[in-house]
Every structure is written in C-alpha cells, then in structure tokens.
Design a protein around this ligand. Structure first.
Ligand SMILES: [Fe+2]
Ligand SMILES: [Fe+2]
Length: 256
C-alpha cells in the first residue's frame, strides 16, 4: 500500500468518525443551550477535571510523571531530547487542562477542590470507555493503541461548543477554559492519527481500526451523555452512530 492509498484510508476513517465527533458536539450544545445555574455546571466540570487528572494509580498524569523519571537516565542514549521534551509537553498540557477546569470549579464553590472529592466523579460510562480502550490494546497491540489515540478528545467537540458560550462571568470563564484546551486536543488526535498511519499498512488493518474507532467512539458518546446529565435519548445516540447527523465544516481541517 503506497502513501497515497494510506492517506485515503486515513481520510476515510476521519470522515467516518466525524459523525461521532458531531454527536459529542450535539450533546454539549444541547446542555449549553439552556440557561444553567452555576451549580448545574459543577457535575460536568468535575467529571472533566477527573478525566484530565485521572487521580488513580494508573492515571495518565502519574503514568507520565513516572515515564519521564524512568527515561531520564537514558536521555541522549535510548531517549532523544526531542522525545523527552515531547513527553514533558504532553504532561504540561494534560495537567493544565486539569488546572483550568479545577479553577472554574473553585470559582463556583468558593472552596478548594481535593483529589479525593474528584475521585467520586469517575463515572460508569468513563470506566467502560477505559475498558473498551484496554480491550483494543490487549487484542490488537499498537494498532489498538493508535485507534484509541485517533479518538482522543472526540474532535475536541465539547471544548469547541464550550468556547461558544459567554455573556456572564461564569460562561466567560468556562469559554476561556475550553479555549485553553481546544487546540491541544485537536493536536493530540492528529498525533494519534499519525501513529495509526505508521502502523496500519493493509486494508485488513484499516478495517480493524475502523471497527475499534466505531466501538470507542460509540462508548465516548455514552460517556459524554452521562457527563452532561443525559441531554440526549439513547435513540438519538443510535441515530448518530448510524450517521444521521450534520457534519460541521471544521472537521474538514483534519483531513490530510
Ligand atoms: Fe486533556
Ligand atoms: Fe489530550
């Protein structure tokens, strides 16, 4: 399979996944379309802060800190300075995402968020999402890992929708937090797609990748719907998975 053919398959997968990303946007938009009391924002903000920090033994932040510490002795030997820096930058980004949402939470409660309190916001559909992703990795190795990474951020859709709100101090703060995260998450997914490009070399690989992207993305929809307090009915989620949804133009920019 030549580079042109691989690029076509990657773009076809991006176009397919777009329905799910548009679905995540619809969930957030439906939630944001109603005027909300500050307390009504706390749930999704806490779920999101949990997702960014992942305060558990195998969470993304602690895993990255450990990886950086583990790699340090191999700097300029097995690990290039560019890779080491990329690792630090990834850690900075994900931890900053946690910070911006935690700051909004504290501005509403007037208190100081604790990681123990946050641990109560690891919602069932998020745990199921981790299980789906783990199955992909266990069964398909690198192909599964990059299929999972391809789906990271879900088109950054909830951040894009969150960026659109405003007009009162809290909405402005939420919009600023979402804008802070948005560009990073578009990048993270592009990085995942690059990785998938590198490992998916046959039509069979791409078919498998599509199956995994479908499973992960459908579960992401359920996770987002729970995060925002179930604004969409299950029937609507099923329609979205069938592609009955308009695709925003911004996904065109993800084509290569
Ligand atoms: Fe993030
Ligand atoms: Fe990310």
């Amino acid at each position: 399979m030549n580079e042109q053919e691989i690029r076509e398959r990657r773009n076809a997968l991006t176009r397919y996944a777009s329905r799910f990303w548009a679905g995540e946007a619809e969930i957030a938009r439906t939630f944001f379309s109603q005027t909300r009391a500050p307390e009504e924002h706390l749930r999704w903000l806490r779920v999101q802060a949990y997702k960014e920090l992942q305060p558990r033994d195998d969470g993304i932040i602690i895993r990255n800190i450990e990886q950086i510490a583990r790699n340090y002795p191999s700097l300029e030997k097995g690990v290039s300075r560019a890779d080491f820096l990329a690792n630090i930058q990834f850690l900075e980004e994900e931890f900053r995402h946690y910070v911006v949402f935690a700051d909004v939470i504290d501005s509403i409660t007037g208190g100081r968020l604790t990681t123990e309190e946050l641990a109560g916001y690891d919602i069932p559909e998020e745990r199921e999402l981790r299980a789906v992703r783990k199955r992909c990795f266990d069964e398909q190795g690198e192909l599964g890992r990059f299929a999972s990474s391809f789906c990271e951020g879900g088109g950054a859709s909830i951040f894009y929708e969150g960026m659109q709100i405003g007009g009162d101090p809290l909405s402005d703060r939420i919009a600023a937090a979402c804008a802070n995260v948005y560009g990073d998450e578009v990048e993270h997914a592009a990085h995942g797609a690059d990785g998938l490009n590198a490992v998916a070399r046959t039509d069979e690989d791409w078919a498998l990748a599509k199956e995994m992207v479908a499973a992960i993305s459908a579960q992401r929809l359920r996770m987002r719907n729970e995060e925002f307090g179930f604004p969409l009915a299950d029937e609507r989620l099923a329609e979205i998975a069938e592609g009955e949804i308009e695709l925003p133009e911004r996904f065109e920019a993800m084509l290569v």
